[in-house]
Design a protein. Structure first.
Length: 383
């Protein structure tokens, strides 16, 4: 409760017009639900706005009700590239194609000499980050497939070599990781290395990825919950990180045609599916018994989980995944800001529901809207 109370000390910084948002969350008032096409368009328009607000080629970290627009964030700018390209191919609107190219070009300029990409927003003098570098590989690889610019391929090879050089013997990463501790959600970085292996056919990238996946498997308990899946020691993992981990195993399993890796993603997803079917909600964090005492939801994690359930439906044809993923998407649609009076957040998804929840409180991070759009685009593809 301490973090909850601290966040409320900042309420005096809010504009009077924003108190309507708090009122809606306090009384659990939802916005009207429209078609997927409508909600995707609003979300994509907001992502383009978040890019325009930085004036440098990247995408803003997000919009804070307390501090306004925040600086560009290389990590998520990278993995937003596939979302922009997916929507370009659906809408045929060249705005999204050009935006993805501009971000890719900007990221190549941001790359450090050692091949890594620094953590945090561009205004901070942070060291390179393992996870952030992996996410940018995912974006630049997609940009390379789209535009066939050699500079993108050269960049992701340099980034992959940076990841390999700094990998521990047991397969995890500690150096250049947040708080200098291992993070199980780096299986999403392993996924990026496997994508690099597919592009280059260099076995070293595959070997490094499998080393990390094997280490991550050892973090799994009998309930398919993962240790070290956190930012800080002695905390329960967010659904955001849990979903990062599940998606990493799932995508690795698909690439490697490894049913055992896909099975890990399936079993962990079933734990969350059963919780959702029982309680009708997905709280922010879960302990090792899949129990939570949180008062709020992490909307980013909800959107990520929807994507996972939809992908599992595609593989296993279990309709429970499809039906409940659509329920999650409808819940997210009801939380999207649809009001042109709020020009800086019209179309955006907040970090926490209610907005004063501990994760990204009073903030609309760009990645929440990115995963929301991904989930709706995938639902449309399946339906």
């Amino acid at each position: 409760m301490k973090k909850f109370n601290l966040s409320f000390f900042n309420i005096h910084l809010l504009k009077p017009s924003n108190f309507k948002l708090l009122f809606n969350d306090l009384f659990r008032l939802n916005n009207p639900i429209h078609s997927n096409k409508f909600h995707i368009q609003k979300g994509m328009d907001w992502l383009i706005l978040a890019k325009k607000k930085t004036y440098n080629g990247g995408i803003s970290y997000g919009y804070s009700l307390l501090h306004g627009w925040l600086p560009s964030y290389p990590e998520t700018s990278g993995y937003i590239i596939p979302t922009l390209l997916d929507y370009y191919h659906e809408s045929k609107n060249i705005i999204y194609l050009n935006a993805s190219r501009e971000i890719a070009n900007w990221l190549c300029l941001m790359q450090l000499k050692n091949g890594g990409f620094k953590g945090g927003t561009i205004d901070k003098n942070n060291p390179p980050s393992i996870f952030n570098t992996g996410q940018i590989i995912l974006g630049l690889k997609r940009a390379y497939k789209e535009f066939e610019k050699q500079i993108y391929l050269e960049s992701i090879i340099k980034a992959g070599n940076f990841l390999i050089r700094n990998q521990e013997q047991n397969g995890n990463w500690i150096k250049y990781c947040y708080c200098n501790i291992p993070h199980t959600y780096n299986v999403r970085t392993a996924w990026a290395l496997l994508e690099l292996f597919l592009e280059t056919d260099e076995k070293k990238f595959q070997k490094a990825a499998m080393k990390n996946l094997n280490w991550a498997l050892k973090q799994k308990n009998k309930n398919f919950w993962f240790k070290n899946n956190i930012f800080f020691v002695n905390e329960n993992p967010l659904l955001h990180f849990i979903s990062y981990t599940i998606r990493g195993f799932l995508e690795a399993g698909i690439i490697m045609e490894d049913n055992s890796l896909k099975q890990v993603a399936l079993e962990a997803s079933l734990k969350l599916l059963n919780y959702y079917k029982k309680y009708g909600i997905l709280p922010a964090c879960f302990n090792s018994n899949w129990v939570s005492h949180d008062f709020y939801s992490c909307l980013t994690g909800v959107a990520q989980l929807s994507i996972i359930w939809l992908k599992l439906y595609e593989i296993y044809k279990n309709k429970k995944f499809l039906v409940n993923a659509i329920k999650l998407n409808n819940y997210l649609k009801s939380k999207q800001v649809i009001d042109n009076r709020y020009k800086d957040i019209d179309g955006a998804i907040k970090g926490s529901d209610p907005i004063w929840g501990t994760y990204m409180n009073f903030l609309f991070p760009n990645w929440a809207t990115k995963f929301f759009c991904d989930a709706l685009l995938l639902e449309n593809k399946i339906k």
